[in-house]
Design a protein around this ligand. Structure first.
Ligand code: SF4
Ligand code: MG
Length: 283
């Protein structure tokens, strides 16, 4: 059985020293080993951004895609080879700005992949512009007077879109993050794991200390029921989106690939299909 170190290749990550993305890679490697994967069973598909480099750093199949398109590629990989475990990964700009249309539809489609977003509330690779996750009033080169747009709440959107697995964590909490990635890998369906990952170079507001002070760990609420969608929505709102832990899971809904396994309407399987309008009506 592969150890977590075997999921690391010999490419040295060039993230800035202290970037949260290092710990997220470590958690992915540990989770992959803990669920019994071998490198040849895993594919890591990433988008563009500092975090998007991760597909080049993990010893597995990998593809560094284009901006905002990690999810269409990852879904295609999974449908083409259902034996593979597929992780999609990228930043908050990648997944919640240019890629948001794909994110919402991947959530509702519920193909069995695990989507790990490295959420640093800024665009790091392009040297510090406001992202959909930046707070109102957040000053960057693109918003010198402070952001005047409201902050996107990906967890609320995910629940509204019919998500079957929603979790959030903090890059510094390696134990919780590893356990959540394991749970996401074991979940049969689309898993969204949003991870606060401080950008130490460009985000001087949402720092490690800021997260430690503001995060609300679900372990504080022993009676919390992660199968209750309304309770999940309420708790996300009550905590201003700073909740960490397994927030929601629905194991009753089958993944997309199970639902299409027997989906062969007679008309579609025919090779000689020529329709009259009457036949068309009967399809
Ligand atoms: Fe990490 Fe920010 Fe450096 Fe990018 S710019 S590697 S997100 S610390
Ligand atoms: Mg970002």
């Amino acid at each position: 059985m592969a150890t977590f170190k075997e999921f690391r290749n010999n490419v040295k990550p060039n993230w800035c020293p202290g970037c949260g993305d290092f710990s997220i890679q470590a958690a992915i490697q540990r989770a992959a080993a803990n669920v019994g994967l071998e490198p040849e069973n895993l594919a890591v598909i990433s988008g563009i951004g500092c975090s998007g480099r991760i597909s080049g750093y993990i010893n597995a199949y990998g593809l560094h895609g284009i901006h905002g398109r990690a999810l269409p590629i990852a879904q295609g990989v999974k449908l083409a080879n259902r034996e593979l475990t597929v992780i999609a990964s990228g930043g908050d700009g990648d997944g919640f700005a240019i890629g948001m249309g794909h994110t919402v539809h991947a959530i509702r489609r519920n193909i069995d992949i695990t989507y790990i977003v490295m959420d640093n509330q800024i665009y790091g690779l392009t040297k510090g512009q406001t992202s959909p996750r930046s707070a109102e009033g957040f000053k960057t080169k693109s918003t010198p007077e402070g952001s005047i747009e409201s902050v996107l709440s990906p967890l609320e959107i995910a629940l509204s879109a019919g998500a079957t697995f929603v979790a959030q964590s903090f890059s510094s909490d390696l134990k919780q993050l590893t356990a959540l990635i394991e749970a996401g890998l074991n979940h049969k369906g689309f898993s969204l794991i949003n991870v606060f990952s401080p950008c130490v170079t460009f985000n001087k507001v949402n720092t490690y200390d800021w997260f430690k002070e503001n995060i609300v760990n679900l372990s504080q609420f022993p009676d919390y029921d992660p199968t209750n969608r309304i309770a999940a929505m309420n708790k996300i709102m009550e905590t201003n989106g700073l909740l960490t832990g397994l927030i929601y899971q629905n194991t009753a809904r089958k993944p997309y690939e199970d639902l299409i396994a027997g989906f062969q309407p007679e008309g579609l399987a025919r090779q000689d299909l020529k329709l009259t309008s009457d036949e068309f009506d009967k399809l």
